[in-house]
Design a protein around this ligand. Structure first.
Ligand SMILES: Cc1ncc(COP(=O)(O)O)c(C=O)c1O
Length: 403
């Protein structure tokens, strides 16, 4: 019998990649800000072609000890072989897509996803000869129908931003693999506390580290996690040549945020469930979408695939959304009217359906009708922070009142 004991998530989130510093004996890691490193002339040359994963630190666009330690921790937390960090979530996702797909390749993308990715797919990828088809990733037949002989990558986001629709990762991984394509999953909203896409068959996982993984709203960052060999090529190509390297300062902050990720996610989930249930019975509210509520259209999948339903919820008001948004902006005290998500402070933001249409090239015909049926003229996207849920409910209640 094996004596191997895999340590718990919370233990690994603190200890992986953080031995005591042998040169100073400091218990908490120091930040290495140097942009370049002394190296033996036999170990590296001037071109990226001379570098491989055994090359020591040479220049900080390639790697630094502080960023590398974060990569080790992130790979461990996602049960992946390796991780590659970037300056932001968008930098990670665009480097992956542009560094992996070539002219003539085809991408299948979720028809609702983070606006930056949707706009990249609509405005930039066609100029590089990369073909894009979008599909509703909660509909397996639609995903299968979107795949073509030249499909190389399927890109899912679960829960997806902003409508919190879910993708069945194992089912979509089978579709991708039977077509000889890779499945990438943006798991920013779920975090590895909730879902481990690689264990469900995905090939790549992306996170905007800016969100829950850092958790305090003070550092941009992004990561791709997957096979070591694949990421070594991405480092040598897209990271070095597009240049979107993560700063050691941000890596240091994100590492510190990860120490409390599991604890924070538990509190985000508890708070979101309390606020979502409260809003569902509020007379001013038309509809609440939260994967932890039985009324979520994919509640059964959420229960099966997410061991934490996260802190994101959306709602629609009976009154015109923009009117309510103006009142929220003036009256809310514990919520901040701001974009972004996944931090200690609760955030709230109105997303009009017209805005979604601006960022999307795919919401036409039946897809547009199903989005409008779902979202009407707009939705409020809410990121529940770590404040007491009863204060958050009271704050929303006073701001919902017309006075
Ligand atoms: C799901 C998702 N993916 C990617 C991104 C982009 O991340 P970043 O803002 O770190 O570039 C965001 C940002 O909101 C997001 O919500």
């Amino acid at each position: 019998m094996s004596t191997y004991h895999k340590k718990a998530f919370s233990t690994r989130s603190i200890h992986t990649g953080e031995p005591a510093d042998p040169s100073t004996q400091a218990v908490e890691p120091s930040m290495v800000l140097s942009t370049n490193f002394v190296f033996n002339p036999d170990e590296a040359g001037f071109s990226a072609e001379t570098l491989d994963d055994k090359t020591p630190n040479v220049y900080s666009r390639w790697s630094t000890p502080t960023v590398r330690a974060l990569e080790e921790k992130l790979a461990d937390l996602e049960d992946g072989e390796d991780a590659l960090c970037f300056a932001s979530g968008m930098s990670a996702i665009s480097a992956l897509i542009l560094g992996t797909l070539h002219s003539g390749d085809h991408l299948v993308l979720s028809d609702v996803c983070y606006a930056g990715v949707a706009e990249l797919a609509r405005n930039t990828l066609p100029g590089f000869g990369i073909e894009v088809t979008t599909a509703n990733f909660s509909d397996l037949e639609a995903v299968t129908a979107a795949v073509k002989p030249n499909t190389r990558l399927l890109w899912a986001e679960t829960p997806c931003n902003p409508i919190l629709r879910l993708t069945d990762i194992s089912a979509v991984a089978k579709i991708a693999h039977s077509a000889g394509a890779l499945l990438g999953v943006d798991s920013t909203m779920a975090t590895p506390v909730a879902t481990k896409p690689l264990n469900l068959g995905a090939d790549l996982v992306a996170h905007s580290l800016t969100k829950y993984l850092n958790g305090h709203g003070d550092a941009l960052g992004g990561v791709i996690i997957g096979r070591r060999e694949f990421l070594a090529k991405l480092r040598q190509g897209a990271l070095i040549h597009f240049g979107g390297a993560l700063s050691p300062f941000n890596a240091w902050l994100i590492r510190r945020g990860l120490h409390t990720l599991e604890l924070r996610m538990r509190a985000h989930q508890d708070g979101a469930l309390r606020v979502a249930s409260y809003l569902e019975s509020h007379p001013a509210i038309k509809r609440v979408i939260y994967p932890g509520l039985p009324s979520h259209p994919q509640y059964a999948l959420a229960q099966r695939q997410m061991s934490n339903t996260s802190g994101m919820l959306t709602f629609q008001t009976k009154e015109d959304g923009m009117e309510v948004a103006r009142r929220f902006y003036r009256k809310l005290q514990d919520f901040t009217y701001a974009v972004s998500l996944g931090k200690q402070r609760s955030l709230l933001f109105h997303i009009s359906t017209d805005d979604i249409l601006k960022s999307s090239f795919s919401l036409q015909g039946t897809a547009l009708k199903s989005y409008r049926d779902f979202a009407g003229d707009g939705i409020f996207r809410v990121s529940i922070g770590l404040e007491a849920p009863e204060d958050l409910c009271a704050d929303l209640d006073q701001a919902l009142r017309i006075s």
